[in-house]
Design a protein around this ligand. Sequence first.
Ligand code: ATR
Length: 272
Amino acid sequence: MTDRYCVFGHPVGHSKSPAIHSAFARQTGEDIEYRAIEAPRDDFIGAWRDFVASGGRGANVTVPFKEDAFRLCDRLSPGAERAGAVNTLILGRDGRVFGDTTDGVGLVADMKRHGVALAGARVLVLGAGGAVRGVLAPLLAEGPSRLSVVNRTAAKAVALARDFADLGAIDGGGFDALAGPYDVVINGTSASLAGDLPPLPEALFAPQACAYDMMYGAEPTVFLAWAAPRGARVIDGLGMLVEQAAASFAQWRGVTPATDRVLADLRSQLQG
Ligand code: ATR
């Protein structure tokens, strides 16, 4: 029987994961089926069990189930343990469920593909929600000279910095604590979704700085549209999406797909 994979979300109809994983499967010759499943908000575990009973071998997990997925795992990667969230479920041969998070690895891989230097860089991360928690460990592992987290609700950024302090030089605060310039500024808030711009000072970017938005769209996000005329090199989160998918695929199938072509195809579809 063909091995089955899926992405669980709610809603999940617009997910690009089925297209990405189908392209990876064609490219690598892996015989898999991948689809999107809208799980009931109050019964993620039931949806996962049904999926496994129908031949499911693994899954991606997106909003709002990343914490539910974390709780159902028998074993967790160190990254998932830190993040308190899981975006990749893997069913072991023994029937036990292993959970990992590939979002942060995907972000770092995309930055590397763009030649963005993180080692020794002054890095600023905007936001302190689940999305940011999931990427801090891989960012710190690259050895920035300092990583500052700022958030509208300052206390959340302070708490996050405390949780990750053993991994590197990290601090947290409110937007009033910004002390630029920064070499890399990553927008991990959901402000872009509402078309909002976090309150940012004019002199945010160092020369040759990179502005990265974890969101993406057909048009530049509000943050990137603000950053470009202020001299930053701008990158949106579409590449992160493809890279996190590649890392999940590699966990399931033991083969790492190439991402450039898949990303280029997605970009042209997005821009229609
Ligand atoms: P996610 O899973 O996307 O991280 P989340 O956990 O709800 O979602 O976190 C959303 C993040 O975006 C938070 O850091 C939030 O700031 P608060 O903690 O102060 O709520 C941030 N955010 C959302 N809308 C924002 C806006 N208009 N301006 C600035 N920050 C915003």
